[in-house]
Design a protein around this ligand. Structure first.
Ligand code: ADP
Length: 457
């Protein structure tokens, strides 16, 4: 039996050796999900929702255990892990309320005909998810996939196999056999699952892997929802509340050690206030102490892997070599674990890897602009990504005007981009394909099927 090591990123120690799902086991997992799909679909939404609600209650009853596992496997501070579990598991109820609306049949009438549009499940969904929110990201795929009547083969990230397994067990305790099947392994198992007899792939992860999945899925014309990365800008105009803008900039550059798809990755500050802004940012960033996620007062855990730390280190070093001013951090840490300090850089050249490609590390990157609206929009859109953006200005109308011109799925004006629950989560351009959340998002896991019959006008 082949295994892979589940490594604690705070110590580099192996927590467990996890058996890799073999090709035969994978085929059998998909076959079990296929066999269970018809009955699961026929159960109807209300009964499915009741079972998913019961699973959510069960998971909430074990939330402390889940949160500890998350911190152990990927390093985030325990408080953050608790918030993740509570927030996302607690959010299942809202997802189910939206889903009921998404699945309600529509009736069209005309010319002696009535057409009833029903939302059918697609069949078997492969759920392939990342490690940065080991509970939250899987739930974005599992809940709509299951709630709409699909069955699921779930592969958690190889960095968080135990969190994934515990989450899967939490559902399996309430669901019929085969409705949710777990497989374990790294990219090869993910790639084999995409190639297997599945109808849809729900994926959250990096853009490069998303492209590979799309290529492979094209051979079977399989349906896709791909939630990918970003290079989100934050624009600060001269009339903005600098304190609030700096808080957003620092928090959302450093949160989860920067390992968030919608992290603030580029900050453009009106040059008339840039010096003052820089000083506020520095003071705030100094408070972001790193350490074990189990230590009280620590705001950032380690990066998830040695590889991730190497990437962040290389981006920062190359930017500094190309003329960026290093204001805080930026030094490789000695000792065990994949720690990297809170880092603040200014004036990185626009052509550097740090300015162009996702960093996924704890780096606050400050640049200046003239204060002109067109320039702000040009800079914000100067990327192949399009996940999120944030704008701070004393003029709310200007903020909204800019928001409309930015090519991304979500924009925050004078607040971080996260909005009211029920809004879809959308990656524009190379940040995604398809999307999740809200009525429209849930419908992506279904096929609108029309049944037409004669009626008297
Ligand atoms: P990250 O390293 O940021 O998590 P990845 O895109 O590498 O991003 O990984 C996200 C998920 O995709 C993980 O579960 C990983 O195992 C899986 N994965 C990696 N490569 C492939 C692939 N070629 N096909 C399918 N899944 C993959």
């Amino acid at each position: 039996m082949k295994t892979f090591p589940d490594i604690d990123p705070a110590t580099g120690e192996t927590l467990a050796d996890i058996p890799i799902t073999s090709p035969e086991e994978l085929a059998s997992a998909v076959a079990r999900a296929r066999a269970a799909q018809g009955e699961w679909s026929e159960l109807g939404f209300e009964k499915r929702a009741a079972l998913l609600r019961a699973a959510a209650q069960g998971l909430l009853a074990r939330k402390d255990e889940l949160a500890e596992l998350v911190t152990r496997e990927m390093g985030k501070p325990l408080e953050d892990a608790r918030r993740e579990v509570q927030g996302f598991v607690g959010g299942i109820e809202g997802q189910l309320v939206e889903m009921e609306r998404a699945l309600a049949p529509e009736i069209l009438r005309g010319g002696g005909c009535e057409t009833r549009i029903e939302r059918d499940p697609l069949g078997v969904v492969a759920a392939i998810t990342p490690w940065n929110f080991p509970i939250g990201m899987p739930l974005e795929i599992l809940v709509p996939a299951l709630g709409t009547g699909n069955t699921v083969v779930f592969k958690p990230s190889e960095h968080v196999p135990l969190s994934g397994a515990r989450l899967a067990e939490g559902f399996q305790a309430f669901l019929p056999e085969g409705v949710l099947v777990l497989v374990q392994g790294a990219g090869e198992v993910g790639a084999a699952l995409v190639e297997a007899d599945v109808d849809m792939i729900g994926f959250v992860g990096s853009r490069e892997t998303g492209k590979r999945i799309m290529e492979s899925a094209s051979r079977g014309l399989k349906r896709l929802v791909l939630e990918l990365g970003g290079k989100d800008p934050l624009i600060v105009f001269g009339d903005a509340d600098l304190e609030a803008a700096a808080e957003c900039a620092v928090h959302h550059s450093l949160r989860n050690t920067g390992q968030v798809c919608c992290s603030v990755e580029r900050i453009y500050v009106d040059e008339s206030v840039a010096e003052r802004f820089e000083a506020i940012v520095l003071e705030k960033a100094r408070a972001w102490k790193h350490g074990s996620g189990f230590t009280e007062g620590v705001k950032m855990g380690p990066l998830v892997s040695e590889e991730q730390r190497r990437k962040v280190t290389e981006q920062v070093e190359a930017a500094v070599a190309a003329g960026a001013r290093l204001l805080l951090g930026g030094t490789r840490l000695e000792g065990q674990g994949w720690f990297y300090p809170a880092t603040v850089l200014a004036d990185a050249d626009e052509s550097t890897d740090l300015s162009r490609n996702e960093t996924f590390g704890p780096v606050v990157s400050l640049s200046r602009f003239s204060g002109d609206e067109d320039e702000a929009v040009r800079l914000a859109n100067d990327t192949t990504y399009g996940l999120g953006a944030n704008v701070y200005t004393g003029d709310l109308e200007r903020g909204q005007r800019i928001a409309r011109r930015i090519r991304s799925g979500q924009v925050g004006v004078n607040r971080y981009l996260g909005g009211v629950a029920g809004a879809p989560w959308v990656g524009a351009r190379q940040s995604g394909f398809g999307f999740v959340g809200g009525v429209d998002g849930h419908r992506q896991f279904t096929l609108p099927k029309s049944i037409s019959y004669p009626v008297a006008d």
